[in-house]
Design a protein around this ligand. Structure first.
Ligand SMILES: [Zn+2]
Length: 143
């Protein structure tokens, strides 16, 4: 009961390896980010398939077989990992649209949270101008 297991450690690809000729730094960064999101999408897909709804038989610590329903309930990240998961520039808040120069300041009313539907639309329409304004990376985000 109440057991939890880490199901994955997401890779951190080498970024800005300037010594690779013909492999631009910006492309390296996008491909490393896409790799993380490909893995994340794979893991989340396993938790949403039909078998998941019926449970998985797993061997318990006492040797008995139990019908289990794995749930993803949290992940541990620091700010940089959060930026990777959200596909945003690292100098932006993953939760709200605080202007970069206002990060760390207390604002009574707060700032609006990110509108992921707008980001999805901009990505689907290859609207680089909007993605740049949102500080969102041009990747297919698994979330
Ligand atoms: Zn924020």
């Amino acid at each position: 009961m109440q057991a939890w297991l880490p199901i994955a450690f997401l890779p951190v690809g080498p970024k800005r390896a300037n010594k690779i000729r013909g492999y631009p730094v910006d492309m390296q960064e996008i491909q490393a980010l896409e790799t993380v999101h490909d893995i994340l999408e794979y893991m989340l897909k396993l938790l949403s398939n039909a078998q998941y709804q019926q449970g998985y038989e797993m061997v318990c610590a006492d040797g008995n077989i139990q019908l289990c329903f794995p749930k993803l309930f949290c992940w541990l990240t620091d700010h940089m990992e959060n930026a990777i998961l959200h596909g945003i520039a690292s100098n932006h808040c993953p939760a709200c649209i605080t202007p970069t120069e206002k990060l760390g300041e207390h604002v009574e009313t707060g700032y609006p949270i990110h509108c992921h539907a707008d980001y999805r639309t901009a990505y689907m329409e290859s609207d680089m101008s909007s993605l740049n304004i949102y500080a969102v990376k041009n990747i297919r985000n698994a979330l």
